[in-house]
Design a protein around this ligand. Structure first.
Ligand code: FNR
Length: 188
């Protein structure tokens, strides 16, 4: 079946490892699935005064999320949590009160870091936020990747075939997790 996934990358960096990881995962997904990379770099800082008069980028974000059946968060770890830009995006689309755009959508939570624990703590913080927003995240397999030299080749592809196998196993589990949710009437 056709599923549209909203991909949220928690880094604004042009050469982001997490952006590369997101593309690597998308490349391993079923061809009939579509992936919409949501734009978060033009969102203003969230301000509750604007709840009655949403800025255009925030409305666009809400529409992109609502038009998708599933979510994929690919994020770095900043100071043992998620980057502020990601929290800002999550906060925007959770508002105004009673109009949480994330709710009920199944999510994958993954990340890559230069550090040894591979975004584990950022992912745990993110799962906390998501569970409050009524987003169920895939628990297993976990994906904590450390980007050592040469993890991505010059074209941004994952170099190690065993790592590609691991990514494929993750995508397969994610696809069946999302498919189950969509089948259960969680799609919009
Ligand atoms: C980092 N980095 C980092 N890494 C980590 O494993 N744990 C952490 O807590 C942090 N903290 C942190 C804070 C800030 C402000 C920056 C800028 C960086 C390093 C981080 O893993 C590295 O910069 C990645 O390359 C960021 O991901 P992208 O932008 O490549 O996707």
């Amino acid at each position: 079946s056709q599923v549209k996934v909203a991909v949220v990358v928690g880094s604004l960096r042009k050469d982001s490892l997490n952006l590369k990881l997101a593309h690597a995962l998308v490349a391993l997904a079923p061809k009939e699935w579509t992936f919409d990379f949501v734009q978060i770099d033009d969102l203003p800082l969230y301000n509750q005064d604007l709840d009655g008069n949403f800025p255009a980028p925030a409305t666009r974000l809400k529409q992109q999320v609502e038009a998708s059946q599933a979510l994929l968060f690919v994020t770095p770890e900043y100071n043992r949590s998620i980057p502020g830009v990601l929290k800002n995006a999550i906060d925007w689309a959770s508002r105004p009160w009673g109009k949480n755009s994330w709710g009920g959508k199944p999510a994958g939570v993954v990340g890559i870091s230069v550090g040894a624990i591979g975004t584990a703590l950022a992912q745990q913080h993110l799962r906390n936020v998501l569970s409050y927003l009524d987003v169920e995240s895939l628990g297993q397999p976990e994906m904590f990747l450390q980007a050592k030299e040469g993890f991505f080749d010059a074209e941004g592809k994952v170099s190690n075939p065993d790592t590609v196998k691991f990514l494929q196993a993750y995508v397969d589990r994610y696809v069946s997790f999302v498919s189950k949710h969509v089948g259960m009437g969680h799609s919009h």
